[in-house]
Design a protein around this ligand. Structure first.
Ligand SMILES: Cc1cc2nc3c(=O)[nH]c(=O)nc-3n(C[C@H](O)[C@H](O)[C@H](O)COP(=O)(O)O)c2cc1C
Ligand code: SF4
Length: 458
């Protein structure tokens, strides 16, 4: 049994065990409430969360607006309704125990409006807001207004230092903790900087010491660091507990907490999670956010990687050219043979990319890409797939067919869509489901059983 001391988070003494927030609708009010009920910190996703009709059925998020702006307004209303619905469920399920946090992405469309409106309605149900995917400079000011704690997710000491200097230092009272998410191990979007090599993982301990040193330099010795990314058995992290170099630490479980009886996706995802082996989770730069992300290398990801391979540079002048929407485009002639082979196999539709290249798709694939781009509902602040940008209307670059609509994919997979055909975020520790005897014979634990197990160190 590990010696896990209770710690103060978001105004209460709780277990230093966090549920990792998972959008869209994967960590929700049910999972969050169940986690909080064990005495830990539950986290529901406030990213386009589900809301319900009077019979408790999920209301599908269908967009009726003809223009992007109209669909954007619909999306915001859905997101606010979803956040409020999940917060209420979480509070009810928690029986007043533990803490309830809401997770949002800073780069989601209309993030500030959505957090403000959810907190205006149900700040009494939410003790903390956890925010990643971007640099949430205004997060502190927003949550502090509602007496709600905030938890930035960072992947380096440098990122925290920039946030603190520019904004957080004015709102120190409500800084609840800092989530350190290992960018080479964690599921979902990953905060790798341009200077870091996706193939060369750095030692998390050294990065955590660096983060602690930065926190201490700002006189934040009492602020805990929540360690996320690759955490499975706590017995493997004993050195990170009660360690003077790291100060107060807690642990966040993103991938492991997917499989519980309270999880909305457990049954659907179970077989896929159990089939994953080491190396089956890929860190790619395919997300329309422009961030790296970690997901199962399923058919959807394979298709996108193959599309990248069917790519030819545009040339100034050459002996091969193709017609794209009436425009004659010259291509690198050294790739002529390859191009003809792709066309013979049915990848006969060329599409321009913003990087001065052309990719070859099937006519059906191309139509689906265009359809997804046309029906954009502005779920991000800026999207490389559709060129949507909430500040200027467009990023100014042409839409990138090598990416995908993350909104459609995540909504689909959270609501029973095929786990091979949609984006399935998971962390690099997911192979451990098949190796950990805890899950033998198809066992799916309740959240309480999972926490009891985690507390033993395993
Ligand atoms: C399916 C899935 C969805 C996720 N979605 C989000 C999200 O919406 N926002 C976020 O901040 N982190 C998200 N994450 C990251 C987790 O909250 C957590 O920090 C991370 O998974 C920890 O690493 P682990 O997977 O190795 O436990 C997601 C992770 C997974 C596996
Ligand atoms: S196209 Fe991009 S911004 Fe639009 S809904 Fe899809 S992912 Fe979101």
């Amino acid at each position: 049994m590990l010696k896990l001391e209770l710690q103060r988070f978001s105004g209460a003494e709780v277990l230093p065990l966090f549920e990792g927030g998972k959008g869209i609708s994967i960590s929700n009010g049910e999972t969050c409430g169940a986690w909080a009920a064990t005495g830990g910190v539950g986290t529901f996703s406030g990213v386009n969360a589900d809301f319900y009709d009077e019979n408790n059925n999920v209301i599908p998020q269908v967009f009726h607006g003809k223009s992007r702006q109209d669909r954007r307004r619909e999306l915001i209303e859905y997101a606010v309704a979803g956040g409020i619905a999940q917060a209420k469920i979480a509070r009810e399920r928690s029986n007043g125990k533990g803490r309830i946090h809401m997770n949002v992405l800073w780069e989601m469309g209309a993030c500030e409006e959505i957090i403000n409106r959810i907190l205006e309605s149900v700040s009494g149900c939410i003790h903390g807001v956890v925010c990643g995917a971007g640099m949430p400079y205004n997060l502190a000011e927003i949550t502090s207004k509602f007496n709600v704690y905030y938890y930035p997710i960072v992947s380096s000491a440098r990122a925290f230092s920039a946030l603190f200097r520019r904004s957080f230092q004015r709102f120190k009272d409500f800084l609840g903790g800092v989530v350190y998410e290992d960018p080479w191990l964690a599921g979902g979007h990953n905060g790798l900087s341009n200077a870091e090599d996706s193939m060369k993982p750095a030692n998390p301990y050294l990065r955590l010491v660096e983060l602690r040193n930065v926190l201490n330099s700002f006189n934040l010795q009492k602020i805990p660091i929540i360690v996320a990314g690759g955490v499975w058995w706590l017995s493997e992290w004993e050195d990170y507990i009660d360690n003077k170099m790291l100060g107060l630490t807690a642990f966040q479980f993103g991938t492991r907490s997917i499989l519980t009886t309270e999880s909305p996706v457990a049954r659907n995802w179970y077989e896929k999670l159990m089939s994953l082996r080491k190396g089956d989770v890929l860190l790619t730069k395919l997300s329309p956010t422009g961030f790296y992300s970690s997901s199962a290398n399923n058919r959807m990801i394979k298709r996108l990687l193959e599309l990248q391979d069917r790519q030819i540079n545009i040339a100034e002048n050459s002996s091969i050219s193709i017609d794209i929407h009436g425009r004659k485009v010259f291509l690198d002639e050294s790739k002529a043979k390859l191009m003809n082979a792709w066309i013979r196999k049915g990848f006969s539709t060329p599409m321009l990319t913003p990087d001065n290249t052309v990719v070859f798709t099937t006519p059906e694939q191309s139509e689906k890409i265009l359809q997804d781009q046309r029906s954009c509902c502005c779920c991000l602040s800026a999207c490389r797939f559709s060129s949507w940008c909430q500040h200027k209307g467009s990023t100014g670059r042409i839409p990138d067919p090598r990416s995908f609509c993350i909104q459609k994919n995540l909504q689909a997979i959270a609501h029973g869509g095929a786990v091979e055909e949609n984006l399935m975020f998971v962390g690099h520790c997911a192979y451990r489901f098949s190796e950990d005897p805890f899950y033998d014979n198809g066992f799916i634990p309740t959240t309480q059983q999972l926490i009891d197990r985690i507390i033993t160190g395993y």
